[in-house]
Design a binder for this molecule. Structure first.
Ligand code: MN
Length: 489
């Protein structure tokens, strides 16, 4: 991309401004019941070596057989990334030694990936919209896991993950800050979760990011990059880029040069450290896997998958802005998770959508965040919140009482309308009753009355007193109108 980097994204060094350049390689575990080339289960958390077929253990003479579901999911992901789907692709062997890689190679895709170039659009909180190019998406096998903490002198190998399908999604070096990278990964995760092609669970390792970082003076050619391997949270991606960019700038400003290498981020120490010098592609001796034919399908297959894609976050956001007259920011917050968007829609349909958005974003999300709960585990259902909005709309309860009602429904459940009835929470619109309270307060406070005549803002004090005396149940508008008359304002 040729667009200039915003000055706010540049970082200051001793010799002037520096620009950060970031590209990402994201490994996303494909959502499928069985592995890429075997029928073994992909389920998380099984007993060690309980989900391992002879293929996954690389027994001699075993042959891989492609799992169509994984192919389908990779194509759907490519379509969701607005990318070119390649009707013919090739599986290659990427040779290297790991104790938890019994084949001695990983089956991956090298020169001919299943998905080519695409794009992800990310809306930043400051209103800027950035377009991040996708270089490719290819299918490959995951390795097993070495376990070092079960025995004082030996390591164990667990092959449950061996052969699980991964999509490696490679971005172009279009990211220009830690915030760009975090927002890109969040958006990518959201798209994958909408598609149902990866659960995006970073704690379980379903989504891991390798982050390529380099720095340069604005307008200069690309600098030498370092790759930070296997960063497993969005926050850590941001932190790792920050410390790595600083490290590189210091070296260059001290007259040194950057060695291309693979590094690890240590979140406890807040530093990256060298893991190994960067290998080149030819070190892996890639060659087409002789056990597998090229992967081929026709355009009709792709078109049928495209036809059944769900509505994705960008489209949903545009629809929410149009259909519900929401701000882009509110719509963006609501569509990040499909379950949140569905919840909002159920509340907003046929109601004041702006009020619905406020309640969902401020009250509900706020409350859920506080207790670390997901929208799917919300104690207040969309039907209950909808009923509360109806009660406000009908003037049965005030906004203030509605917050009390929300707390009751949150902790005790129940039908909001019945609760309002049983607990006498209806707002008082009976003018006679309110007038009585107003008269009492006016009579008791002649000094405040005098004050209000010269300073009309002082009416707020009276409103507060009347609301308090009525236990918050007086209709605020009626109180205001009455007070204005009584005080002669
Ligand atoms: Mn990979």
């Amino acid at each position: 991309m040729s667009t200039q980097t915003k000055p706010t994204k540049l970082i200051k060094g001793a010799t002037g401004d520096w620009e950060i350049v970031v590209g990402m390689e994201v490994h996303a575990q494909v959502t499928s019941k069985s592995k890429l080339f075997s029928g073994a289960s992909t389920e998380f958390g099984g007993e060690p070596n309980s989900h391992v077929s002879l293929v996954d253990a690389a027994m001699p003479g075993m042959l891989p057989v492609i799992n169509e579901e994984c192919v389908r999911q990779a194509i759907r992901t490519g379509l969701g990334l607005k990318a070119k789907v390649n009707l013919k692709s090739v599986f290659d062997r990427k040779n290297y030694f790991y104790p938890d890689l019994p084949q001695g190679y990983q089956i991956s895709q090298y020169k001919s990936p299943i998905v080519g170039e695409g794009v992800v659009v990310v809306d930043m909180p400051d209103g800027e919209s950035i377009r991040i190019g996708i270089e490719r998406l290819h299918l490959e096998q995951d390795a097993g896991k070495s376990v070092h903490d079960r025995h004082p002198s030996m390591s164990y190998v667990d092959l449950n993950r061996s052969g699980v399908a991964l999509m490696e999604i490679v971005s172009k070096p279009d990211l220009r800050s830690a915030d760009d990278a975090k927002a890109f990964l969040a958006k990518l995760r959201s798209i994958l979760r909408y598609l149902g092609t990866c659960d995006g669970d970073m704690e379980k390792g379903s989504l891991r990011a390798d982050v390529n970082v380099s720095v340069r003076k604005p307008g200069s050619p690309l600098g030498t990059r370092c790759e930070i391997k296997n960063v497993n949270s969005i926050r850590f991606v941001g932190e790792a880029i920050g410390v790595e960019a600083r490290r590189q700038i210091e070296i260059i400003e001290d007259g040194g040069t950057i060695d291309q290498e693979t590094r690890l981020f240590d979140p406890d120490k807040g530093e990256t450290r060298s893991m190994r010098s960067k290998e080149e592609a030819h070190d892996y001796r890639y060659f087409p896997d002789p056990d597998l034919l090229p992967l081929e399908f026709d355009q009709a297959y792709v078109d049928a998958l495209r036809e059944h894609l769900p509505e994705l976050p960008d489209d949903k956001k545009m629809r929410f802005v149009k259909e519900f007259a929401l701000s882009v920011y509110d719509a963006d917050v609501l569509v990040a998770e499909r379950a949140s968007a569905d919840y909002f829609e159920a509340v907003a349909k046929g109601r004041d959508a702006k009020a619905a958005a406020n309640w969902v974003i401020n009250e509900l999300f706020g409350r859920l965040n506080k207790v670390g709960k997901d929208i799917t585990a919300s104690p207040v259902s969309a039907a209950q919140l909808g009923a509360m909005l109806d009660l406000i709309g009908e003037g049965v309860i005030s906004g203030k009482i509605a917050k009390d009602l929300f707390e009751i429904v949150w902790s005790e459940g129940g039908d909001p309308r019945a609760i309002v009835e049983q607990r006498g929470m209806k707002q008082v619109t009976d003018l006679g009753a309110i007038e009585k309270v107003v008269d009492e307060i006016v009579a008791k406070n002649p000094d405040k009355v005098a004050d209000a005549k010269t300073n009309p803002k002082a009416i707020g004090w009276f409103v507060g007193q009347v609301m308090k005396a009525s236990g918050g149940k007086a209709n605020p508008q009626a109180v205001n109108d009455l007070l204005k008359t009584k005080l002669g304002l």
